[in-house]
Design a protein around this ligand. Structure first.
Ligand code: DC
Length: 229
């Protein structure tokens, strides 16, 4: 059976990774969280006090960064490693979320991450989520989704998720962070967040996770079957 590439782009906290993980599992595909790569780079920059306004410093730092994904049998999830250290959980902190959009807008950082993402898609059979996957990373992907949801719903979902990890999180901080990231991600010069012309729009404000999966899986199966003809 021929494999395809499925891309899922959209605003912050729209449930992209939830859908991407479920789709990948149902199809036996590999899930790749491109946002985790930008988050891991941000973690490295913060920990090592990199001056990211200086291109040479950025290039030197990137030369010291190795990113990889490894499947954790215990959690049944693919987890990101920064220079062989599992950083899957620390990169979800609000401290990282506050800086990641700024760092993801840097040209050199994008070139570095996009090249690795494209390599991961060489064999197809992947579901990758992010902001520019259907537009820049895989413009020829066989199936593209663009996810949206009302801001109030997105804030609530992210707040519940963050609160579980850190009860000091405030809803205002979560809202401010989502709005800031959406603004930077969609207004940056290099590959801003855009719906690809051929992407299927999925608004999940008032549908359940199961309903969303059903719709996406149906489209994926149709597309994969067409590939065999
Ligand atoms: O999906 P996420 O929220 O973990 O992504 C974190 C940040 O990384 C997001 O605010 C913007 C950036 N990002 C990006 O610029 N391009 C991608 N393909 C994925 C994420």
């Amino acid at each position: 059976m021929k494999n395809i590439i499925i891309t899922i782009d959209g605003w912050s906290s729209c449930g992209k990774s939830t859908l991407a993980k479920q789709l990948a599992k149902a199809l036996g595909y590999v899930y790749i969280d491109s946002g985790a790569m930008y988050r891991a780079i941000t973690l490295y920059f913060l920990r090592n006090h990199i001056n990211w306004l200086n291109t040479e410093d950025v290039n030197n730092a990137l030369a010291d960064i190795t990113l990889s994904f490894k499947f954790n049998n215990k959690t049944q999830q693919s987890e990101i490693y920064l220079n062989e250290e599992n950083v899957e959980y620390v990169i979800r902190d609000l401290v990282i979320a506050e800086k990641v959009s700024e760092i993801a807008a840097i040209r050199e950082v994008r070139t570095f991450a996009v090249a690795q993402q494209q390599k991961m898609g060489e064999e197809k059979g992947i579901v990758m989520d992010g902001r520019d996957i259907g537009t820049t990373v895989f413009p020829d992907a066989e199936l593209k989704f663009f996810m949206t949801a009302d801001i109030a719903v997105r804030v609530e979902r992210r707040y519940i998720e963050m609160f579980e990890k850190n009860p000091n999180t405030s809803i205002d901080d979560v809202k401010a962070n989502l709005e800031m990231r959406d603004y930077i991600d969609s207004n940056r010069e290099i590959s801003p967040l855009r719906k690809a012309a051929d992407a299927v729009e999925l608004d999940n404000t008032s549908i359940t996770i199961d309903e969303q999966l059903k719709i996406a899986l149906q489209l994926a199966k149709e597309r994969i079957n067409r590939e065999q003809d």
